[in-house]
Design a binder for this molecule. Structure first.
Ligand SMILES: [Zn+2]
Length: 268
Protein backbone atom coordinates (compact mmCIF):
# COMPACT_ATOMS: atom_id res chain seq x y z
CA UNK A 1 0.00 0.00 0.00
CA UNK A 2 1.17 3.54 -0.78
CA UNK A 3 0.96 6.14 1.94
CA UNK A 4 -0.51 9.64 1.57
CA UNK A 5 1.19 12.91 2.42
CA UNK A 6 -1.56 15.54 2.48
CA UNK A 7 -0.88 19.03 1.26
CA UNK A 8 -2.78 22.06 2.58
CA UNK A 9 -5.46 22.00 -0.13
CA UNK A 10 -6.54 18.47 0.83
CA UNK A 11 -6.48 19.30 4.56
CA UNK A 12 -8.81 22.25 3.88
CA UNK A 13 -11.15 20.22 1.69
CA UNK A 14 -11.55 17.51 4.32
CA UNK A 15 -11.73 19.86 7.32
CA UNK A 16 -14.31 22.11 5.65
CA UNK A 17 -16.21 19.13 4.19
CA UNK A 18 -16.02 20.64 0.73
CA UNK A 19 -17.66 18.47 -1.94
CA UNK A 20 -16.46 16.56 -3.81
CA UNK A 21 -12.83 17.29 -2.77
CA UNK A 22 -13.28 16.47 0.91
CA UNK A 23 -15.20 13.25 0.38
CA UNK A 24 -12.74 12.06 -2.26
CA UNK A 25 -9.83 12.94 0.01
CA UNK A 26 -11.29 10.88 2.85
CA UNK A 27 -11.90 7.92 0.55
CA UNK A 28 -8.35 8.11 -0.82
CA UNK A 29 -6.86 8.18 2.67
CA UNK A 30 -8.83 5.13 3.73
CA UNK A 31 -7.10 3.00 1.11
CA UNK A 32 -3.71 4.75 1.12
CA UNK A 33 -2.31 4.45 4.62
CA UNK A 34 -0.37 5.62 6.47
CA UNK A 35 -1.77 9.11 5.91
CA UNK A 36 0.28 11.99 7.25
CA UNK A 37 0.34 15.73 6.98
CA UNK A 38 3.16 18.01 8.14
CA UNK A 39 2.82 20.86 10.61
CA UNK A 40 3.83 22.98 7.64
CA UNK A 41 0.33 22.39 6.19
CA UNK A 42 -1.22 23.81 9.37
CA UNK A 43 1.19 26.71 9.19
CA UNK A 44 0.01 27.43 5.62
CA UNK A 45 -3.59 26.97 6.65
CA UNK A 46 -3.31 29.54 9.46
CA UNK A 47 -1.76 32.15 7.20
CA UNK A 48 -4.12 31.23 4.36
CA UNK A 49 -7.69 30.05 4.73
CA UNK A 50 -8.05 30.70 8.49
CA UNK A 51 -6.68 34.20 8.06
CA UNK A 52 -9.20 34.86 5.29
CA UNK A 53 -12.12 33.98 7.59
CA UNK A 54 -10.69 36.24 10.30
CA UNK A 55 -10.07 39.12 7.87
CA UNK A 56 -13.62 38.95 6.56
CA UNK A 57 -14.96 38.76 10.11
CA UNK A 58 -12.93 41.81 11.11
CA UNK A 59 -13.93 43.80 8.02
CA UNK A 60 -17.58 43.16 8.88
CA UNK A 61 -17.02 43.86 12.57
CA UNK A 62 -15.66 47.34 11.93
CA UNK A 63 -18.27 48.14 9.26
CA UNK A 64 -21.59 49.82 9.94
CA UNK A 65 -23.46 47.06 8.11
CA UNK A 66 -22.86 44.13 5.72
CA UNK A 67 -23.22 46.35 2.65
CA UNK A 68 -20.41 48.60 3.79
CA UNK A 69 -18.24 45.57 4.59
CA UNK A 70 -18.81 44.13 1.14
CA UNK A 71 -17.78 47.40 -0.48
CA UNK A 72 -14.62 47.41 1.63
CA UNK A 73 -13.80 43.88 0.51
CA UNK A 74 -14.45 44.78 -3.11
CA UNK A 75 -12.04 47.67 -2.79
CA UNK A 76 -9.17 45.28 -1.98
CA UNK A 77 -6.59 45.61 -4.71
CA UNK A 78 -7.19 43.25 -7.65
CA UNK A 79 -3.46 42.46 -7.30
CA UNK A 80 -4.45 40.29 -4.36
CA UNK A 81 -6.12 38.09 -6.96
CA UNK A 82 -7.15 34.75 -5.54
CA UNK A 83 -7.09 36.01 -1.96
CA UNK A 84 -9.51 38.84 -2.81
CA UNK A 85 -11.74 36.36 -4.62
CA UNK A 86 -11.72 33.99 -1.63
CA UNK A 87 -12.67 36.78 0.76
CA UNK A 88 -15.62 37.80 -1.39
CA UNK A 89 -16.74 34.18 -1.65
CA UNK A 90 -16.48 33.66 2.10
CA UNK A 91 -18.48 36.84 2.66
CA UNK A 92 -21.17 35.80 0.17
CA UNK A 93 -21.52 32.30 1.66
CA UNK A 94 -21.91 33.75 5.12
CA UNK A 95 -24.44 36.30 3.96
CA UNK A 96 -26.50 33.65 2.18
CA UNK A 97 -26.54 31.56 5.33
CA UNK A 98 -27.70 34.54 7.41
CA UNK A 99 -30.52 35.38 4.99
CA UNK A 100 -31.59 31.75 4.71
CA UNK A 101 -32.01 31.51 8.47
CA UNK A 102 -35.38 32.53 9.89
CA UNK A 103 -35.32 35.64 12.01
CA UNK A 104 -34.95 39.36 12.06
CA UNK A 105 -33.10 40.94 9.13
CA UNK A 106 -31.57 43.43 11.58
CA UNK A 107 -29.57 40.57 13.03
CA UNK A 108 -27.81 39.73 9.76
CA UNK A 109 -24.54 41.36 10.77
CA UNK A 110 -24.44 39.60 14.13
CA UNK A 111 -25.34 36.26 12.59
CA UNK A 112 -22.67 36.63 9.95
CA UNK A 113 -20.06 37.49 12.58
CA UNK A 114 -20.96 34.37 14.54
CA UNK A 115 -20.93 32.22 11.42
CA UNK A 116 -17.49 33.49 10.34
CA UNK A 117 -15.97 33.01 13.79
CA UNK A 118 -17.43 29.52 13.96
CA UNK A 119 -16.10 28.58 10.55
CA UNK A 120 -12.60 29.87 11.35
CA UNK A 121 -12.56 27.95 14.63
CA UNK A 122 -14.02 24.75 13.23
CA UNK A 123 -11.58 24.68 10.35
CA UNK A 124 -8.59 25.28 12.62
CA UNK A 125 -9.74 22.68 15.15
CA UNK A 126 -10.71 20.00 12.62
CA UNK A 127 -7.47 20.39 10.67
CA UNK A 128 -5.62 19.39 13.87
CA UNK A 129 -7.51 16.12 14.20
CA UNK A 130 -8.34 14.71 10.80
CA UNK A 131 -9.50 11.12 11.01
CA UNK A 132 -6.72 8.58 10.32
CA UNK A 133 -4.19 11.34 9.60
CA UNK A 134 -1.06 11.82 11.73
CA UNK A 135 0.54 15.26 11.96
CA UNK A 136 4.30 14.93 11.51
CA UNK A 137 7.51 16.94 11.17
CA UNK A 138 7.28 19.34 14.11
CA UNK A 139 8.27 22.95 13.45
CA UNK A 140 9.91 25.02 16.18
CA UNK A 141 8.61 28.15 14.48
CA UNK A 142 4.99 26.96 14.27
CA UNK A 143 2.59 29.37 15.93
CA UNK A 144 0.07 26.90 17.38
CA UNK A 145 -2.80 27.74 19.69
CA UNK A 146 -6.33 29.07 19.54
CA UNK A 147 -8.05 31.47 17.18
CA UNK A 148 -9.53 34.01 19.61
CA UNK A 149 -10.98 37.48 19.95
CA UNK A 150 -8.70 40.32 20.97
CA UNK A 151 -9.96 42.84 23.57
CA UNK A 152 -11.46 44.94 20.76
CA UNK A 153 -13.53 42.05 19.43
CA UNK A 154 -11.45 41.29 16.34
CA UNK A 155 -10.65 37.67 15.51
CA UNK A 156 -6.92 36.89 15.71
CA UNK A 157 -4.57 33.97 15.33
CA UNK A 158 -2.59 32.53 18.28
CA UNK A 159 -0.39 35.16 19.97
CA UNK A 160 -2.07 37.77 17.81
CA UNK A 161 -0.37 36.40 14.69
CA UNK A 162 -1.05 34.28 11.61
CA UNK A 163 2.59 33.60 10.81
CA UNK A 164 5.61 31.83 12.33
CA UNK A 165 7.01 32.64 15.78
CA UNK A 166 9.43 35.44 15.07
CA UNK A 167 12.07 34.51 17.63
CA UNK A 168 12.56 30.99 16.21
CA UNK A 169 14.57 29.88 13.21
CA UNK A 170 12.54 28.67 10.22
CA UNK A 171 12.40 24.90 10.82
CA UNK A 172 10.83 24.27 7.41
CA UNK A 173 13.90 25.74 5.72
CA UNK A 174 16.16 23.59 7.92
CA UNK A 175 14.35 20.39 6.90
CA UNK A 176 14.71 21.22 3.21
CA UNK A 177 18.37 22.20 3.61
CA UNK A 178 19.13 18.75 5.06
CA UNK A 179 19.11 17.33 1.53
CA UNK A 180 21.12 19.75 -0.60
CA UNK A 181 20.99 17.54 -3.66
CA UNK A 182 17.18 17.68 -3.61
CA UNK A 183 17.33 21.43 -3.01
CA UNK A 184 19.43 21.88 -6.16
CA UNK A 185 17.06 19.66 -8.14
CA UNK A 186 14.04 21.70 -7.10
CA UNK A 187 15.72 24.97 -8.05
CA UNK A 188 16.41 23.57 -11.53
CA UNK A 189 12.89 22.19 -11.82
CA UNK A 190 11.49 25.68 -11.16
CA UNK A 191 13.69 27.35 -13.78
CA UNK A 192 11.36 28.98 -16.35
CA UNK A 193 12.94 26.88 -19.12
CA UNK A 194 11.86 23.66 -17.37
CA UNK A 195 8.25 24.70 -16.86
CA UNK A 196 5.05 25.22 -18.77
CA UNK A 197 4.89 29.02 -19.27
CA UNK A 198 1.58 29.07 -17.39
CA UNK A 199 3.32 27.76 -14.26
CA UNK A 200 6.59 29.59 -14.85
CA UNK A 201 4.88 32.97 -14.99
CA UNK A 202 3.02 32.53 -11.72
CA UNK A 203 4.07 34.90 -8.99
CA UNK A 204 4.20 32.00 -6.48
CA UNK A 205 6.51 29.95 -8.69
CA UNK A 206 8.96 32.82 -8.99
CA UNK A 207 8.84 33.56 -5.28
CA UNK A 208 9.35 29.87 -4.51
CA UNK A 209 12.46 29.59 -6.66
CA UNK A 210 13.85 32.76 -5.13
CA UNK A 211 13.27 31.44 -1.60
CA UNK A 212 14.96 28.12 -2.41
CA UNK A 213 17.94 29.88 -3.99
CA UNK A 214 18.27 32.08 -0.95
CA UNK A 215 18.20 29.01 1.27
CA UNK A 216 20.86 27.33 -0.86
CA UNK A 217 23.10 30.40 -0.71
CA UNK A 218 22.66 31.44 2.93
CA UNK A 219 21.70 28.26 4.77
CA UNK A 220 18.76 27.87 7.16
CA UNK A 221 20.24 29.92 10.02
CA UNK A 222 20.24 33.06 7.89
CA UNK A 223 17.12 32.24 5.91
CA UNK A 224 14.71 35.16 5.87
CA UNK A 225 11.75 33.84 7.89
CA UNK A 226 9.43 36.07 5.92
CA UNK A 227 9.95 33.65 3.04
CA UNK A 228 8.87 30.55 4.98
CA UNK A 229 5.48 30.49 3.28
CA UNK A 230 7.06 30.95 -0.15
CA UNK A 231 8.67 27.50 0.23
CA UNK A 232 5.12 26.18 -0.13
CA UNK A 233 4.82 23.24 -2.49
CA UNK A 234 8.57 22.65 -2.39
CA UNK A 235 8.21 21.66 1.26
CA UNK A 236 5.77 18.87 0.37
CA UNK A 237 7.89 17.50 -2.49
CA UNK A 238 11.06 17.55 -0.38
CA UNK A 239 9.49 16.14 2.78
CA UNK A 240 7.11 13.52 1.38
CA UNK A 241 8.37 10.29 3.00
CA UNK A 242 9.54 7.34 0.90
CA UNK A 243 6.58 5.07 0.17
CA UNK A 244 4.08 7.94 0.14
CA UNK A 245 2.72 10.25 -2.54
CA UNK A 246 1.92 13.94 -2.19
CA UNK A 247 -1.86 14.19 -2.08
CA UNK A 248 -3.03 17.51 -3.51
CA UNK A 249 -5.85 19.15 -5.42
CA UNK A 250 -3.23 21.29 -7.16
CA UNK A 251 -1.33 18.85 -9.35
CA UNK A 252 0.06 21.36 -11.81
CA UNK A 253 2.25 23.04 -9.21
CA UNK A 254 3.29 19.87 -7.39
CA UNK A 255 4.09 17.57 -10.29
CA UNK A 256 7.22 19.36 -11.62
CA UNK A 257 8.76 19.42 -8.12
CA UNK A 258 7.85 15.82 -7.30
CA UNK A 259 9.10 14.56 -10.67
CA UNK A 260 12.44 16.26 -10.13
CA UNK A 261 12.87 14.29 -6.90
CA UNK A 262 11.61 10.99 -8.28
CA UNK A 263 8.42 11.29 -6.23
CA UNK A 264 4.76 11.24 -7.10
CA UNK A 265 1.82 13.61 -6.66
CA UNK A 266 -1.78 12.39 -6.86
CA UNK A 267 -5.16 14.05 -6.76
CA UNK A 268 -7.73 12.26 -4.56
ZN1 LIG B 1 8.62 29.19 9.41
Amino acid sequence: MTGSFLDTTVVVHIAERIKPGGTKGEAYIRTNQPAETPYYALRELLDGRVRIFCNVHNALYTAENPGEAMLALQRISPAEGRKRQSKLEVFATSMNAAFAAPGDRNDVKREMLQDLALRANNLWRKAHKLKSVTIVQALGCFNDGKVTYDPDGALRGPRNSFTCIKSERCSAAAYIYDDKSNLTKMISALHPSSLDPKIANKNETQKRRKALKELQANGPANFDKGRCRALGDAYFAAMCPAGSVVLTSNLEDHVPLCLALGKKANEP
